[in-house]
Ligand binder design. Structure first.
Ligand code: HEC
Length: 199
């Protein structure tokens, strides 16, 4: 377990940790492994890479907004979380993955965390240095892998996820049941989740 924890501090560690866990063979390395059961090893590392890219994309877009210069409105939204959601959807469709962003304090009810998502968020809260981890999940009698990565609030996110009263008007009107406010920089905002089920 200690080995798994140490390894999980880097992306490759996460993958390697998943391999060791799944195969019960701690000596195995990525180099000599081509598949983990029914999943190609490359698919697992690809998933981790894609999630990182999506996270960097949102961070860059959020930083590009300066509320002093532009009014944060519907059009600005089109420049931050919307393209992120669209990109995640596009990749998921192309690759055949289930790729979601989940939150307990969600803005779009479609992103409400399921039971496993809530458990993942609790794990991230309890282990502040943990960035991502794999779990094994079964659904409808099929085996599956699921990867979770933490989503952290940055100062630039507070334009739209900060104080309730400071939210842009379009958010107040478009999301009447909004719960995704009141965050501070460094808080856990939610998780990315990618899952694969046995075909
Ligand atoms: C311009 C306003 C704006 C900024 C800046 C912004 N967000 Fe969002 N965010 C939104 C809106 C609006 C939604 C709802 C999207 C939808 O309808 O799917 C959202 C949704 C999300 C979601 C999906 C879960 C949910 O609650 O529905 C996450 C996760 C998220 N934002 C994280 C962030 C992070 C992290 C940052 C900073 C790096 C950030 N956001 C910056 C407006 C913003």
């Amino acid at each position: 377990m200690i080995l798994l924890k140490l390894l999980s501090r880097s992306n490759w560690g996460i993958i390697l940790a998943a391999f060791c866990f799944i195969n019960y063979s701690p000596g195995m390395t990525l180099a000599n492994t081509e598949s983990v059961g029914w999943v190609d090893a490359k698919v697992l590392s690809d998933a981790v890479r894609v999630v990182e890219e999506i996270d960097v994309m949102r961070s860059k877009l959020a930083k590009s907004i300066d509320p002093e210069e532009i009014k944060v409105d519907q059009e600005t939204f089109a420049m931050v979380c919307k393209p992120v959601g669209m990109q995640a959807k596009k990749i998921a469709q192309k690759k055949g993955w289930k790729f979601r962003q989940l939150a307990m304090k969600y803005r779009n009810p479609k992103n409400k965390a399921d039971h496993q998502g809530i458990k993942a968020m609790e794990k991230f809260k309890g282990e502040p240095e943990l960035q991502g981890f794999w779990t094994i999940e079964s659904k409808l009698g099929k085996k599956g892998f699921r990867y979770f990565k933490r989503i952290t609030v940055e100062p630039a996110c507070l334009n739209c996820h900060g104080k309730k009263e400071n939210r842009p008007d379009f958010i107040k009107s478009k999301y009447p049941d909004d719960r995704a406010f009141g965050f501070s920089s460094g808080d856990l905002r939610g998780v990315y989740s990618i899952s694969f089920l046995e075909k």
